[in-house]
Design a protein around this ligand. Structure first.
Ligand code: SF4
Ligand code: SF4
Length: 679
């Protein structure tokens, strides 16, 4: 009858109710069938969904899928799979504390997430592992299949204890290399980052493949292999669970450093070794975290469902308070326990608490990160007295400050500016706080030092043109190399601009060379002030925002001859090589030829190839270009004792030249210059 009910439900109802349809009788009969079905399949024993956990885990997974898919529909969007990573944030924070620098691409958002994780671990439990971590979600799923197929093994005793050291070793190495290089070392092997970023350039393929193999195979065959034995974030979380020990070691380190100097790597090693030792000996948390699963032995029937349910294989049924180091308060055991009140959190119905705390901490971290910013690099120099008397001003619009590397370069540039005593560079807002001695310099002088005047060639005037028009204008919000690049793109994409020169001033002075038959002064203003520019980078189209503003006033226009234009675009070169400095002027001679092609900026760029070819002869030691009125000269200096002039001419006129690259690589190519063989 039961089978019939599912195969022919309507016919069954007809049979149950007889020929006439009596609602109450029908309901009773259907209900008795349901009871029968429930008994047969024992629905009460089916797994209940942990509504406190699963929705959060699926939400994270959906977020990752969204990040993965969005770039296919939104070409402007670049997914950042590390944007919310608390582990990256912790490394960045540690780097910041040790060196006053932030790991590249790290912002306050990740740091805030890292701090939220630490706070959550100390107060509640290792909730990141149970509710957020995508690797934990995946390895738990794999583990379930390993268990179902009866292919899973649980380590215990000495192998279990020894393997637990792996995560502390990885924790130490990851922090050590990140803090010494200011680059996130975890990116090199993190299986999550490798997969979602499509093995991006930051990933060391072999490290990541090994980690991926360990994650997949380990989790399938060995119970929670990744979480228990390998995950460095698990090691960090455990370290903070042993809060008292962490505080004591940190306190001792700071006390010792008042008198002596102890490198932070010793402190890091002490933390890792102590945490591992405590885990090894106790396998329990201490006073923290404040919340734990508690079992009421009076209500517990010893059905052991909790033991089978626990993803970390903790013997819950034998404990009254679950303070096992592996417990991450996922509350699966509480959800599955069939006896009401047998498993609780801190003896109360607080199952909702861990996910609630997770959500509150994440929201708090997001809000905190959106309203504050810490510098990517913050360095002060000069005498302490000078430091005290320093003034500070904020320079915004430094769009070339994009990461740790560019922030550091900017600071190196500032170190050469007289009177500057320190810089805090901010990647997120592309700005810098510049400290300076007001007796020696001023914000105006510093802005002048930041600015590098450029002469940029865009395209050649048409052959039929004898003149080129120049417009001289003042422009605001044009400060660094990135602005120069965006400005160049703006003009280049219009197709009738030939080049531009910049000169410092407030506003910046720019002279633009263009075809007056195609472009008018009004058009120039519109082109410059347009707020968006499309760029093509690695085949991808990106839209960049620009904020250039043309200063009020006249746009000055003049015409110049084409040859004068070429002369203005000419950039002299003077390169020395092959131990030039070791020779006296008397030991050297010069070959000089007129090379008209050098007036064309594109050909000036190709001079590097010819220079490389010449440097293959160790008797040639210097290459110069000069303008002699409107004639460009190429001057090659050679050592009389090593090479003869005719050999230099021969090398210059070679149809095929050899270009030498780094690491011993060479390339043979056509000589871009057609230089006749001089006798
Ligand atoms: S705590 Fe609950 S699930 Fe665990 S053994 Fe007791 S009754 Fe069973
Ligand atoms: S003991 Fe309970 S809360 Fe802790 S990890 Fe196991 S199932 Fe999750």
């Amino acid at each position: 009858m039961l089978t019939n009910f599912f195969v022919h439900p309507f016919r069954s109802i007809f049979l149950i109710t007889g020929n006439g349809f009596n609602t109450s009788t029908a309901f009773l009969k259907v209900y008795s069938l349901y009871i029968c079905f429930r008994k047969k399949y024992d629905m009460s024993k089916r797994k209940k969904i942990n509504f406190c956990r699963k929705p959060l885990q699926w939400a994270i997974l959906l977020l990752l899928v969204y990040l993965l898919v969005r770039p296919f529909f939104d070409k402007q969007y670049i997914s950042d799979f590390e944007a919310y990573c608390p582990f990256g944030g912790m490394q960045a924070f540690a780097t910041f504390l040790a060196n006053n620098t932030l790991a590249c691409s790290m912002t306050l958002l990740q740091i805030a997430m890292g701090i939220a994780l630490i706070a959550g671990t100390i107060l509640v439990s290792k909730m990141f592992c149970s509710f957020i971590c995508p690797i934990g979600f995946f390895t738990e799923f794999l583990g379930k299949w390993g268990k179902k197929l009866k292919m899973q093994y649980t380590f215990s005793g000495i192998p279990d204890r020894l393997l637990r050291s792996l995560k502390y070793i990885l924790f130490f190495l990851t922090f050590y290399f990140t803090m010494t290089t200011s680059e996130l070392f975890c990116k090199k092997y993190d299986p999550y980052y490798a997969v979602f970023s499509g093995f991006s350039v930051d990933v060391m393929v072999w490290y990541a493949l090994a980690a991926l193999f360990v994650t997949i195979a380990g989790s399938f065959f060995i119970h929670q292999f990744w979480c228990k034995y390998v995950c460095p974030l698990g090691a960090v979380a455990n370290t903070f669970s042993f809060t008292l020990v962490f505080i004591i070691i940190t306190g001792l380190y700071f006390l010792y450093n008042i008198v002596f100097q102890l490198h932070w790597s010793i402190y890091l090693a002490a933390i890792a070794i102590s945490a591992y030792t405590i885990e090894l000996l106790k396998m329990k948390t201490g006073f923290f975290p404040l919340f734990r699963v508690t079992r009421n032995p009076d209500k517990c029937t010893q059905c052991k469902i909790c033991d089978k349910t626990c993803p970390m294989a903790i013997p819950v049924s034998s404990l009254t308070t679950v303070n096992h180091i592996d417990c991450h308060l996922c509350t699966d055991c509480v959800t599955q326990c069939p006896e009401k009140g047998a498993l609780l959190i801190n003896k109360r119905k607080l199952t909702f608490l861990p996910p609630l705390v997770v959500v509150i901490l994440i929201v708090a971290a997001l809000i905190f990160a959106s309203i504050t910013e810490i510098p990517t690099v913050n360095i002060r120099w000069g005498e302490p007295d000078q430091q005290k008397k320093s003034n500070v001003f904020i320079q915004e619009g430094l769009s070339s400050i994009k990461c740790f590397g560019s922030a550091t370069s900017f600071i190196e540039q500032m170190k050469n500016v007289k009177g500057v005593t320190g810089v805090a560079a901010f990647v997120k807002s592309h700005s810098a706080k510049i400290y300076f001695d007001p007796k020696l310099t001023s914000p105006f002088a510093i802005r002048k030092a930041i600015f590098t005047p450029v002469i940029t060639f865009i395209s050649e005037p048409e052959k039929s043109k004898n003149t080129v028009t120049i417009a001289e204008i003042g422009i605001y919000n044009f400060l660094d190399a990135n602005d120069e690049l965006l400005f160049y793109e703006k003009l280049k994409q219009q197709g009738a601009f030939y080049g531009f020169e910049t000169e410092f001033g407030e506003p910046i002075k720019i002279r633009i060379f263009f075809d007056n038959g195609k472009i008018t002064p009004d058009m120039i203003v519109d082109i410059i002030e347009k707020e968006e520019i499309k760029l093509k980078i690695d085949g991808q189209e990106l839209i960049e925002k620009t904020h250039f503003k043309v200063a009020q006033g006249e746009v000055r226009i003049a015409d110049i001859s084409k040859s004068v234009f070429y002369q203005r675009m000419f950039t002299p070169v003077d390169d020395t090589f092959n131990n030039f400095d070791s020779f006296s002027p008397e030991q050297l001679a010069v070959v000089e030829i007129v090379l008209p092609e050098l007036l064309i900026p594109a050909m000036q760029d190709k001079l590097l190839y010819l220079e490389s070819h010449l440097s293959g002869n160790d008797g040639i030691v210097r290459l110069q270009t000069q303008l002699n009125y409107d004639k460009p000269l190429l001057r090659i200096h050679y050592v009389i004792a090593k090479v003869q002039a005719k050999e230099v001419y021969k090398l210059l006129s070679d149809k095929k030249i050899t270009v030498y690259y780094k690491k011993g690589k060479t390339e043979v190519m056509d000589n871009p210059f057609d230089i006749p063989l001089h006798k």
